[in-house]
Ligand binder design. Sequence first.
Ligand code: PAF
Length: 282
Amino acid sequence: MIIVNTTDSLEKTLATVRSAGNKRIGLVPTMGALHAGHVSLVEQSVRENDYTVVSVFVNPTQFNNPVDLEKYPRDLDKDADLLRISGCDLIFAPSKETIYTEEELQKPFEFDFGGLDQVMEGKFRPGHFNGVVQIVSKLFSLVKPQRAYFGEKDFQQLSIIHRMTDLMGFDIQIVDCPIVREASGLAMSSRNERLTPEQRKIAAGISKVLFECRNFVPSYSPEKLKQWVENEINQIQGLELEYFEIANTKTLQPAINWEKPTVGCIAVYCGEVRLIDNIRCS
Ligand code: PAF
C-alpha cells in the first residue's frame, strides 16, 4: 500500500496501474477517522476490483459549522494501519491547498439538486451538499474509478451522489453499502469517537426506537409514526432530536402513505455530537 499526497503522483500511479492491466479501480471516499463501517466498504471494493483507492480528506467545504470541522477526529497513521490490513492499495491524502484554489474555498459550489437538498440534512446544514458534490466530483475526475462505494447511513448524500453521477455524466457505478452497527445497534460513525462511554449507551436508544417503529407499519400513518418516534426520542434523557422524517426513497419528499418505498431518517444531538441514522419503513 502506498500513500500519495499530490494529484500529480495520484494520476501517475494510476496510469501505471492501468497500463499494467489492472482495469477495475474501486474508490472509497472518506474523511478518515475510519471504523468498521469504512472497512466493510474497502473490503467490498477489494473483492470487486483489481485496485482500491481510499481518499482520506476532511473536506472543509462541506462543513457549515466551524467547530464541527475543527473537532473532526484526524489520525492518518491509525487510518493507514487499518487500511493496510483491509487490502487497500493506495491512500490519497491531499492537503486542502492541493484540492482547492482560494476562490473555490470562498465561493459556494453550484449544483442542481432537483430538490433533493431542500429537506432533512439540507435544511439543517445549508451548503453541506454543495461541498459534498464538489469534493466527490473532483475525486471522480482525478481517480476515474469503475466503481465508488458509499454507506447508506448517509442516505440523502447517497441519493445526491447518484444524481450527480447521472447529471455530470460520470461512467461510474455507485455501490450502496448497508449501514454497519455496533453491538448496541448504534450506527457506526467517526463522530461516535467523541461520545463518552455513558453517551454511547444513551445514543444506542436512537436505533432502538427506529427498529421498534417498524412494528407500527402499516397500521400507523407516516404522520402518526413520525409523532411516535419524536415522542420516544424526546423521552430519552441526553438526546435532543433535530428531525425525524419519513421520506420517499427516490424523491426524499415526506411520505403520505406506505404505497411507495420509504425511509425514516433521523438526526439527533447527544451532548455536542450530532448523529444521524435511518431505517427502511416500507
Ligand atoms: O461521507 C463522507 O465521509 C463524506 O461526505 C465524503 C463522501 C467522503 C465526502 O467528503
